[in-house]
Ligand binder design. Structure first.
Ligand SMILES: [Zn+2]
Ligand SMILES: [Zn+2]
Length: 386
């Protein structure tokens, strides 16, 4: 059967702050809605509070992707899991003779979590020492670097129900090219350079039906009295044989949508091949040099000095994000992960708007496609390529 295509792909920003949250920006978290499912990318502190105030439904979260284990990207994961997985506080051994023995793990699809080495240990340890009992299963798959230990996962704590055994996914040619099989989308990832091991994810919709032009087909169908309903088969790219022996072939399938979501980085070049031609690139832009716009600009700073300082901390400027968007021929760039000094209420505050427009302008010096600056609760569709 031909693969399905998604009815919609939508991105909601739950948190767009870097290390420090502010009253207008929360820590990192993005929700990608693929049809009815929600996949979260990063889960900073208080992400579940953001979800409650957003259009994202907690019960729809099926997968969580962690770009790296810095606290501003993972501190919200345990409380979110407790809510999603029907958690409760209690005795350590409570779940061992509780609901799970009734067979609920077999019936429920586990919440799947993907992240670098340390993700599993963080979750298992946090759940154990906070005496949290989860009522539904979860599984952690780790994206392992060649330098990571082959065995072990940074914890000596044994897995405890309802944690299911996860995979340690090894690289092929420097990337994690096939993270899981799906009939609709594929997910790949590659390491990107930051101060700690960090990952960029690329979500690709499988090829979708090609564009069909009725005038190429309808006259043939009418001539041979073929029911118009075969247009549906043709639309899926299938061939149809008419009563006079003519074979009509549907249009070739075309690439679906591609979204590249990068974690913190000062150089994401290892992900170039995977992210090429992305319809949307999410790239951090933690710091910017904004003379005459940002009143906190230091007198002796220059574009070069700010870039050097930003890189030394493992981060990017808007120009670096723009240059990368150009390099991978992205259709659209979303700047994200802003320093706390850049307020996120630019929809209502003139000062904030001036600063975010200046940041956008810096990215546009390098990239001539559309640039959006992330704002918490912003939500938009990723359109099908033309
Ligand atoms: Zn960060
Ligand atoms: Zn970081």
């Amino acid at each position: 059967m031909a693969p399905q295509s998604l009815s919609s792909v939508n991105l909601t920003i739950l948190g767009s702050a870097s290390a420090q949250p502010s009253s207008t920006r929360n820590h990192s978290a993005l929700a990608l809605r693929l049809g009815g499912d929600v996949w979260l990318f990063d889960c900073g502190e208080a992400t579940q509070h953001r979800i409650q105030k957003s259009n994202v439904k907690m019960g729809r979260i099926k997968k969580i992707f962690i770009t790296h284990t810095h606290g501003d990207h993972i501190f919200g994961l345990l409380p979110l899991m407790a809510s999603c997985l029907d958690g409760s506080g209690g005795m350590v051994n409570e779940s061992e003779d509780g609901r799970l023995q009734s067979g609920s793990t077999e019936e429920t699809q586990p919440l799947e979590i993907y992240g670098p080495l340390g993700t599993r240990a963080f979750i298992r340890t946090g759940i154990f020492y906070s005496y949290t009992n989860l009522g539904a299963p979860y599984v952690v798959h780790e994206l392992r670097l060649p330098t990571d230990p082959v065995d072990g996962d940074y914890t000596t704590l044994p897995p405890r129900s309802p944690e299911l055994p996860g995979r340690n996914i090894m690289q092929t040619n420097g990337a994690w090219t096939d993270i899981f099989p799906d009939e609709v989308v594929s997910v790949a990832a590659a390491p990107i350079l930051h101060s700690v091991p960090c990952v960029g994810f690329v979500v690709t919709e499988l090829p979708i039906p090609g564009k069909i032009d009725p005038k190429d087909y309808v006259p043939h169908l009418k001539r041979t009295n073929t029911p118009m309903s075969v247009m549906r088969q043709l639309q899926q790219g299938e061939s149809v044989e008419l009563s006079d022996g003519t074979i009509l072939k549907g249009p070739l399938r075309r690439p679906g949508r591609k979204v590249a979501i990068l974690g913190d980085t000062y150089d994401p070049s290892p992900i170039i091949d995977l992210a090429l031609d992305a319809d949307l690139l999410v790239h951090e832009a933690t710091n910017a040099h904004l003379p005459r716009v940002d009143p906190n600009t230091k007198d002796d700073d220059t574009y070069e000095s700010v870039e050097a300082r930003t890189k030394s901390r493992g981060h990017s400027t808007p120009q670096m994000a723009g240059a990368f968007a150009k390099r991978i021929r992205a259709k659209r760039l979303l700047l994200n992960h802003f320093s706390a000094r850049y307020a996120g209420n630019d929809d209502v505050d003139e000062e904030a708007k001036k600063i975010m427009e200046a940041i956008r302008g810096l990215a546009m010096q390098e990239f001539d496609g559309p640039v959006i600056c992330a704002r918490d609760f912003m939500s938009f569709d990723v359109e099908l390529p033309h």
